[in-house]
Design a protein around this ligand. Structure first.
Ligand code: G3P
Length: 493
């Protein structure tokens, strides 16, 4: 009898649900976009209710499309946009404010102050992260300080905090389970990745009451059971991981030295470092890869805030293209030697620059610049930013020979070839590029016995196409030098 797993992939711009079978093959999927709120410069919010409603709707319709019932599921895996912060009332389940999204920069000046007061070293040491508005801690404090009465209610235990995984879990279990996994916890800046526990000094520094926090479990664990009213019968939620960590699992990067890069709204490159939490000297993050059977596995991560979102902006904001898949034809026509550079620092710059005050720019415009050059520059910005990360990883002493890629953008062959060329690294595109959801399904499958081991999962990974670097070194260097010059102009650091 086939055993199915349901993966909920709650991302920054859409909620998705995918039903997988026991071979890791996608059987049916559904997806819903939801509103993005931009109330002020650098602010990004979601309606947490809409996150839950859209997630539930796609779960129901994916089950319908697969022609199966919830009782046919071995378990549910949840993966999610990380860091995004929800605070709700434990009694009513109502959020007390919109979810503050990972991209939101409203706490930038507080972060600058914390850094100038000399707190960064201790935060890096405990969490592997830097001080930046990206992470949940300052977002939590902002809500507590700006919603009437919230701080007192948090202290008395009336409120709950969660990243999006916890929020979905709470709703699926009708408030019976307030939990998260170690990967999501590791993105809050409140979790000590060495002791694997919430850290009292960090809670004091960021002024976050412990009473708000969820219990932290392994990435494959018994998180609770969904109430029958949601999917028709109860189903165990058996796996949780932040989306980039789930993608690492979906890409079967289980050995130290293996790396993946995911091209969604942003781009996140992760290199498995095994049981060693390696501290970067080049402003990369140290993070959890996953935690299984109580054993932490670590990774270094480079986080770029805008990748696919740049193409979305070219499509919806500037209306230069009607569909993202038109970008490849523009790039073919323009070619790699494009003098235009687009720095998509819409919400500041992430790794390795970490400048929350930087803003975007298009440079190198001339009278003959057309739509093609600007669209191509958007694509190239994704590769140049990845190059920034790979350089930082290499400067940290790691060798990177092959990069496994996934996410919506990797269907673009031109982009993948330019990526291999500019990185001078082989790029492997797997048969299944829905690796984020797949990773969540694998975690739930490990917990429920659908999969026996990581070795078995590794055996399911298959390469669809390999892109080998072929660009002349001099051209690679001159193109990248143009990028570095453009970035320098937008940075305030
Ligand atoms: O850290 C933010 C990240 O988890 C968001 O991922 O796929 O929504 O761009 P994505």
């Amino acid at each position: 009898m086939t055993r199915y797993l349901l993966a909920i992939d709650q991302g920054t711009t859409s909620s998705r649900a995918i039903v997988f079978d026991q071979m890791g093959t996608s059987v049916a999927a559904d997806q819903q976009e939801f509103h993005q709120y931009f109330p002020k410069d650098g602010w990004v919010e979601h309606d947490a209710r809409e996150i839950w409603d859209s997630s539930l709707a796609v779960c129901r319709s994916a089950l319908g499309k697969a022609g199966i019932k919830a009782s046919d599921l071995a378990g549910i895996g949840i993966t999610n946009q990380r860091e995004t912060t929800v605070i709700w009332d434990r009694a009513t389940g109502e959020p007390i404010y919109h979810a503050i999204v990972w991209q939101d920069r409203r706490t930038a000046s507080w972060c600058t102050k914390l850094k100038s007061d000399g707190h960064e070293d201790s935060v890096v040491e405990r969490t592997g992260l830097l001080i930046d508005p990206y992470f949940s801690a300052t977002k939590i404090a902002w809500i507590l300080d700006n919603v009437d009465g919230a701080r007192a209610r948090a202290e008395s235990g009336e409120l709950a905090f969660g990243t999006v995984d916890s929020w979905l879990l709470w709703n699926l279990t009708d408030g019976k389970s307030h939990r998260t996994d170690a990967t999501n916890a590791s993105r809050t800046a409140l979790f000590n990745i060495h002791t694997q526990d919430w850290d009292d000094e960090l809670l004091a520094l960021f002024r976050v009451p412990r009473a708000l926090l969820p219990e932290v479990l392994d990435s494959a664990a018994d998180y609770g059971t969904s109430e029958s009213r949601w999917l028709g019968s109860p189903v165990i939620i058996a796996g949780i991981a932040g989306d980039q960590h789930a993608a690492l699992v979906g890409q079967a990067c289980f050995s130290p030295g293996m790396a993946k890069s995911t091209y969604g709204t942003g781009c996140f490159l992760m290199l498995n470092t095994g049981d060693q939490a390696v501290r970067s000297e080049n402003r990369l993050l140290t993070t959890m890869a996953y935690r299984l059977n109580g054993k932490p596995c670590y990774a270094v991560e480079g986080s770029i805030f805008v990748a696919g979102a740049a193409m979305q902006w070219l499509r919806d904001g500037l209306k230069l293209i009607a569909h993202a898949n038109e970008s490849a034809a523009h790039a073919e026509a323009v070619g790699v030697e494009n003098p235009v550079y687009l720095v998509p620092a819409f919400t500041g710059l992430g790794a390795p620059h970490w400048d929350p005050h930087a803003r975007g720019a298009i440079m190198g415009l001339t009278r003959d610049t057309g739509i093609g050059e600007i669209v191509t520059a958007g694509l190239q910005s994704v590769c140049y930013q990845t190059k920034d990360l790979v350089r930082a990883i290499q400067n940290d002493g790691a060798r990177l020979e092959t990069l496994r890629v996934d996410g919506g953008m990797v269907v673009n062959d031109w982009l993948m070839q330019f990526l291999a060329d500019i990185l001078n690294v082989t790029v492997d595109r797997p048969k299944v590029t829905e690796t984020t959801a797949l990773g969540a399904a694998y975690l739930a499958g490990l917990q429920t016995g659908v999969f026996d081991s990581l070795e078995q999962i590794s055996g399911l990974w298959a390469c669809e196409r390999r892109f080998r670097p072929g660009m002349r070194p001099a051209l690679r260097e001159s193109l990248y030098a143009g990028w570095l010059d453009a970035v320098e102009r937008v940075c305030n650091n």
